[in-house]
Design a protein around this ligand. Structure first.
Ligand code: GUN
Ligand code: ZN
Length: 448
C-alpha cells in the first residue's frame, strides 16, 4: 500500500475508471483492459498514490481526504497523448484548398515567420496549451519553429502548467524561405543549447527536430544524427511518406538512398524515441525497419484526410510478426481538431476505408497507453495505477442533448466508449488533472 500522506496534499476523485495494463493490440483486450465501475483515484506529489474499487481505497486514504464525486455518467481515464503536433500552426487550422507542399508554402511558412517574435510565440503557446487541456490532452510531442525563442516560449508555458511535454526547434537549411532557415552548424548549436536548458528540466523533454528530408541538406542530416547520438534520452521527430508527390521529391533529392525512410536511416535518425509523422506510403520493407529499430510512427488521421494525403493502415502497421510502435496524433494545423475523441472518430473511419475495424477498447488504449508506449513513456504516463504520473481526464458521457439521448439506448461500456469517440468532442471533457492538480474544469453547459 502507498505511504500515507497529509490529507491536504491529496486529491481524490471517484467515478468509473478505464485503464490498461499492457499492449491491447498485441495481448488483446481481455488481459489488458481494466474497467472499474466505481473507483477512487488518489493523487499526491504529482503521482497517483491509490487506485482501486471505491469501497477498498476509501479506507486507505489519509484521514480527512475530500473525495470529489464525478458520478456514474462519467469516465475517468489517463490524460490523452498527442504524439505529433505543430503549436505554431494553431493560427492556420482550416487553411483552404492545398495538398502538402503547396499548403506548406502558402500558409505554414508564412505563419511560422511570426515566431521570430517571442511575445507572439508565447501568446500562441498559451492558446495551444489551453486547448490541449480543454481536449483532455496532457502530453504532446510538439514542433516549434526554427527560432529558439519559440521553444523557450513553449517550454516556459508548459512548465508553468506542470505538463509533461516533448518539443524542439525545427531545423531547415533549404527549400524554405530564408527567414525560416538555419545552417547545419547553427541548427546544431542552437539545438544543443536548448537541450542543455530544457531536456529533463522538470517534466520537459527535448526533441531534436529536422522538419523533413526535403528541407535539410545532407550536411544538416549528418549533423542532426550526430547531435541526437550525443544526447541519449532525447527524442527525434520528423515527417516521412506523407504525400506521394513528397515521396517522389525525396527520391530526386536523395537519389542514392533506397527510399524515404532510408534517408533518415542513413543519417542515424532511426531508433527508440524517434517519431515520424504519417508514414502512409511506407513499404513493407520500411515498416520492418521501423519495427527492428524501435522507431515510432505518428498516425494523424484528420490531417491525412484534410490534406488529401491518404489512408494510413494502422492494422497493417501493428501486424503481429513485426509490430511497429504507432502513436495517435492530431498534427494540427493540418489536422483539424484538438479533440482526441474526434481524432479517434477519424481513426475509426480511416480504418473502415481500409477495410478494417477499430474497437472502442483498442481506440481508448491507442489514445493513452498505446501512444505512451510509442514514446517509451508507458512507465510514467498513459495509464492509471499507483506510481504513475497523475495526469487524468474525466469525460462526461452525456455531454450534449443528442449524446444523452443516444446513451439511453446504450448496453455496455464498450458501446458507451464507442458513442463518445464517434459523437464526443471538447464538450465531453469535464475535467483535466495535470500532475494531480485540477488544471481545467468545464464551465456549466446550458442546453434548452
Ligand atoms: N511535412 C513537413 N512539414 C510539415 C508540416 O508542418 N505539416 C505536415 N502535415 N507535414 C509536414
Ligand atoms: Zn506534422
Amino acid at each position: 500500500m502507498a505511504a500515507k500522506t497529509k490529507a491536504a496534499g491529496t486529491t481524490a476523485i471517484r467515478g468509473p475508471v478505464l485503464t490498461y495494463t499492457g499492449d491491447a493490440f498485441l495481448e488483446g483486450l481481455e488481459s489488458t483492459m481494466r474497467y472499474e465501475p466505481d473507483a477512487i483515484v488518489a493523487m499526491s506529489g504529482g503521482k497517483i498514490t491509490h487506485f482501486g474499487p471505491a469501497r477498498k481505497v476509501r479506507t486507505q486514504l489519509p484521514p480527512g481526504t475530500k473525495i470529489r464525486e464525478y458520478g456514474k455518467d462519467t469516465i475517468i481515464l489517463a490524460g490523452f497523448i498527442d504524439c505529433h503536433v505543430h503549436y505554431p500552426q494553431t493560427q492556420i487550422i482550416g487553411a483552404y484548398g492545398e495538398q502538402l507542399i503547396d499548403w506548406l508554402n502558402k500558409y505554414t511558412f508564412v505563419a511560422e515567420q511570426q515566431f521570430a517574435k517571442k511575445p507572439h510565440a508565447r501568446e500562441v503557446a498559451k492558446v495551444f496549451l489551453k486547448e490541449c487541456l480543454r481536449a483532455g490532452t496532457t502530453t504532446a510531442t510538439v514542433y516549434c519553429t526554427v527560432h529558439p525563442q519559440s521553444v523557450d516560449a513553449f517550454f516556459e508555458e508548459s512548465e508553468a502548467l506542470g505538463m509533461r511535454m516533448i518539443a524542439g526547434k525545427i531545423m531547415m537549411d533549404r527549400n524554405a524561405p530564408e527567414a525560416l532557415t538555419d545552417t547545419p552548424k547553427k541548427g546544431y548549436d542552437e539545438s544543443k543549447a536548448l537541450i542543455k536548458k530544457w531536456h529533463d528540466n522538470g517534466r520537459q523533454l527535448y526533441c531534436v527536430t529536422p522538419r523533413f528530408a526535403p528541407t535539410s541538406s545532407p550536411e544538416q542530416m549528418e549533423m542532426t544524427g550526430a547531435l541526437w547520438a550525443e544526447h541519449p534520452g532525447t527524442y527525434l521527430q520528423s515527417h516521412v511518406s506523407e504525400n506521394r508527390g513528397e515521396v517522389a521529391w525525396v527520391k530526386e533529392l536523395y537519389p542514392k538512398r533506397k527510399g524515404y525512410l532510408d534517408t533518415y536511416d542513413h543519417y542515424k535518425q532511426l531508433g527508440p524515441r524517434a517519431i515520424y509523422g504519417h508514414g502512409i506510403w511506407l513499404t513493407e520493407e520500411e515498416l520492418k525497419r521501423c519495427h527492428e529499430t524501435g522507431t515510432a510512427i505518428a498516425h494523424c488521421p484528420t490531417s491525412n484526410e484534410f490534406l488529401g494525403s491518404g489512408l494510413f493502415n494502422l492494422k497493417n502497421a501493428k501486424k503481429a510478426e513485426r509490430p511497429v510502435r504507432v502513436g495517435l496524433a492530431t498534427d494540427l494545423g493540418a489536422g483539424t481538431s484538438f479533440s482526441i475523441l474526434q481524432t479517434l472518430n477519424e481513426t475509426y473511419k480511416v480504418a473502415q476505408l481500409n477495410g478494417n475495424k477499430l474497437s472502442a477498447g483498442h481506440a481508448f488504449y491507442f489514445a493513452s497507453r498505446g501512444t505512451a508506449q510509442a514514446l517509451y513513456l508507458e512507465d510514467k504516463i498513459g495509464s492509471i495505477a499507483a506510481g504513475m504520473e497523475a495526469d487524468v481526464v474525466v469525460l462526461d458521457l452525456k455531454s450534449t442533448p443528442i449524446i444523452e439521448y443516444r446513451m439511453r439506448y446504450c448496453k455496455d461500456i464498450e458501446e458507451a466508449l464507442f458513442i463518445q469517440m464517434t459523437m464526443g468532442d471538447d464538450r465531453a471533457v469535464l475535467a483535466t488533472y495535470v500532475a494531480g492538480r485540477l488544471a481545467y474544469s468545464r464551465p456549466a453547459q446550458k442546453y434548452a
